[in-house]
Design a protein. Structure first.
Length: 176
C-alpha cells in the first residue's frame, strides 16, 4: 500500500533516504562523498523543500503491518531534475526499498503506481535515470517497456557516475 508522505514526516523520509541510498551506493562511493551527499541533496532542509514542491510527490510503501518499507518520488513540469526533449514528461526520480524488504514486490508496486499516476494525469512520457552498472534495475525497467534515450553524469561529492536515461511512451497510438 502506498501513502503520500506528509510535510511533517520529512525527518522519517530523510532517515529512509539516507539508509537506502547508503545501502545501495555505499559500497561504491567514498565515505566523504556519501557524507557530502547526505548534507546537501538529502539534508533536512532539502527534503522539506522537495515535499513542498507542487509539481512533485513522494510516497511511502507500507507492508501488511503498516511498516514503511521504501519510498517513491516523482516529478513533472519544472520540478523534473533536468530538461528532457519530450513534451509532457513525467519523471520517476527515486524508488528505494529497504534492504530487508528486497524481493517482496514493493519496487514493482511503487513503479506500477507511478506509471498509473502518469497515465491518469495525462502525461505522454515517463522517464528515469538508472546507474549504468545497475543491471538488475535496468532489466526491471526493460520489462515495463523502457528504452535508453540518453545519459548524464550523476555526482556524489567527488564521485562522478554515468546514469542512463530511460523512457517509455505512455500513449497507445502516438501521433506524429
Amino acid at each position: 500500500m502506498l501513502v503520500k508522505v506528509k510535510p511533517n514526516e520529512f525527518q522519517i523520509l530523510r532517515e529512509l533516504e539516507v539508509e537506502t541510498y547508503g545501502d545501495t551506493f555505499g559500497p561504491y562511493i567514498a565515505d566523504a562523498d556519501m557524507e557530502d551527499y547526505y548534507q546537501t541533496v538529502l539534508s533536512l532542509e532539502q527534503i522539506q523543500k522537495d515535499l513542498a514542491e507542487p509539481e512533485s510527490e513522494t510516497y511511502f510503501v507500507l507492508d501488511h503491518n503498516q511498516e514503511i518499507c521504501g519510498f517513491l518520488k516523482f516529478n513533472w513540469g519544472k520540478a523534473q531534475t533536468e530538461p528532457v526533449e519530450m513534451d509532457n514528461a513525467f519523471e520517476i526520480q527515486r524508488i528505494y526499498v529497504k534492504k530487508e524488504h528486497h524481493g517482496r514486490g514493493y519496487g514493482k508496486e511503487m513503479f506500477s503506481f507511478a506509471l498509473k499516476e502518469a497515465q491518469k494525469r495525462g502525461f505522454d512520457w515517463a522517464w528515469l535515470g538508472v546507474w549504468e552498472r545497475n543491471y538488475k534495475a535496468q532489466n526491471f525497467y526493460k520489462q515495463f517497456g523502457f528504452e535508453r534515450f540518453s545519459e548524464h553524469h550523476f555526482i556524489t561529492g567527488e564521485t562522478v557516475d554515468t546514469d542512463w536515461l530511460l523512457r517509455k511512451h505512455l500513449k497507445e497510438n502516438p501521433q506524429t
